[in-house]
Design a protein around this ligand. Structure first.
Ligand SMILES: Cc1cc2nc3c(=O)[nH]c(=O)nc-3n(C[C@H](O)[C@H](O)[C@H](O)COP(=O)(O)OP(=O)(O)OC[C@H]3O[C@@H](n4cnc5c(N)ncnc54)[C@H](O)[C@@H]3O)c2cc1C
Length: 416
């Protein structure tokens, strides 16, 4: 069966089978396929999906034990009416708990709450030998699995600590910043006052104007679960619907939509604005798109990379900037530093441009986020993840025959 990442650019014919508690042959486990590139499938073998592992097994105030195939969407449906919320959420609810742990995802609150794995009491990991290990944060294998892209074992269950929320509505402050300097200063000045902070940068504007979104759950109000996917993208057109003109129109619309000031915004619109349209990624056409997300420590490095991106062969309507705190684990992506994520069409020129830019990211001591990557070369990945060797040693102990492998791990020679 043909399977791709969310960007639609990388894909493979793979044997897609339900995961049934055993790792037989060579392959990788897949959640909801929201990683952008080739992390969630293996073309030369098996791809095991976790769709039948979605049960909530135990629920006590603030603590949840669930199977790793449960999506954040279904989790929120269960816990939100009771006044609870996941501690860390990405820009879509359609990720599984296993996928969230394996990428050790960050949210708009990374500067306050850290990454997903920081809120996990234990995971149960199935090793290729068949052994099931319960791992706590005291163990090295726990941190190698957080961000380990499914290569150390299959997470079957985990225990997650939730956060209390007084309402499902976010007190949302919008700041419009007319240029790059103003945007960076505003992020630095404001983010400590709010648990959630993220900025959109206008890639079509030469001054790099931007919109800073700041938020905290409102003190009192409704606790209403919102259904996603009110609209659906019907087909994948053979060509991209996103060209220079559409990007300019969308960017101008976005700037006008978010007038400065405070407002109450539903949690769904604040955290998951793109989930309103099912399969929105199809708008990029059959060629697909790539997301380039990097983190660098210093602001001068960010500025150097942004100057380069301003001369990219295509424009983007989705460029997101945020600060990250530190993270643990040999394949940890996060900071401390600045992260910027930009969506661009997967044309030949753009791909060649981004591969060159990845060299600059490495030169600046930064990293590309593996769960978003479609383009890195093996030597670039090794330069960016200097603890790669530690990861490899840990993997060799639990998977000596190299059963767990993906197209990503082979492309980057992470499993050799
Ligand atoms: C619109 C959008 C916005 C996003 N925003 C953010 C964001 O703000 N922050 C962020 O950090 N990420 C973000 N992401 C990326 C996303 O959170 C990660 O790619 C996440 O891992 C996807 O989860 P999934 O269930 O779809 O996993 P998949 O994409 O299916 O798999 C991702 C990786 O997890 C592994 N995996 C999946 N399940 C298991 C399991 N049970 N055991 C072991 N390994 C497993 C896979 O092998 C693979 O390596 C975003 C993605 C999209 C599409």
């Amino acid at each position: 069966m043909k399977v791709s990442g969310w960007g639609g650019y990388l894909w493979a014919q793979t044997q897609l089978l339900p995961y049934e508690g055993l790792i037989r042959g060579r392959g990788i486990v897949r959640g909801l396929g929201r990683s952008y590139g080739d992390a969630s499938f293996y073309g030369k073998g098996y791809t095991w999906h976790t769709r039948s592992q979605q049960r909530i097994l135990k629920w006590e105030e603030g603590t949840l034990v669930a199977e790793a195939g449960l999506s954040l969407y279904d989790l929120i449906r269960h816990i939100l009416p009771k006044g609870w919320f996941p501690p860390v959420v990405p820009g879509t609810q359609f990720v599984t708990l296993g996928g969230a742990f394996a990428s050790n995802i960050h949210g708009k609150n990374h500067h306050v709450e850290g990454s997903f794995a920081d809120h996990i009491d234990w995971i149960e990991l199935r090793l290729p030998s068949g052994e099931l290990r319960r791992l706590t944060p005291a163990e090295e294998l726990f941190w190698a699995t957080a961000g380990g892209m499914g290569l150390t074992g299959v997470i079957e269950r985990l225990q997650l600590r939730l956060i209390r929320i007084p309402s499902s509505v976010v007190h949302h402050e919008v700041r419009q910043l007319r240029d790059w300097e103003a945007l960076l200063s505003a992020i630095e000045a404001e983010e400590m006052h709010y648990p959630y902070a993220v900025a959109w940068v206008d890639h079509t504007d030469w001054r790099s104007r931007g919109i800073l979104h700041l938020g905290r759950f409102a003190e009192a109000g409704e606790l209403t679960f919102r259904r996603a996917h009110r609209l659906a993208f019907p087909i994948t057109p053979p060509f991209s619907l996103i060209g220079r003109l559409t990007v300019e129109l969308i960017s101008a619309y976005y700037w006008r939509k978010y007038r400065p000031g405070t407002r109450l915004t539903s949690y769904a619109e604040f955290f998951f604005p793109l989930d309103g349209i099912q399969r929105w990624n199809s708008a990029w056409g059959r060629r697909g798109f790539v997301q380039f997300q990097f983190v660098v420590e210093k602001v001068v490095s960010l500025e150097r990379l942004w100057r380069e991106l301003q001369a990219a062969p295509a424009r983007s309507f989705l460029t997101v900037l945020k600060r990250l705190g530190p993270q643990r684990g040999p394949l940890a992506f996060s900071g401390p530093g600045w992260t910027l994520a930009i969506d661009l069409p997967a044309t030949r020129e753009v791909r060649a441009f981004l591969v060159r830019l990845a060299d600059l990211v490495a030169e600046e001591g930064g990293r590309i986020y593996l769960t978003k990557d479609s383009l890195l070369l093996p030597q670039q990945a090794r330069a960016m993840y200097p603890n790669w060797e530690t990861f490899r040693q840990i993997k060799a102990q639990v998977d000596p025959e190299g059963c767990l492998r993906s197209d990503l791990s082979e492309r980057l020679r992470l499993t050799e």
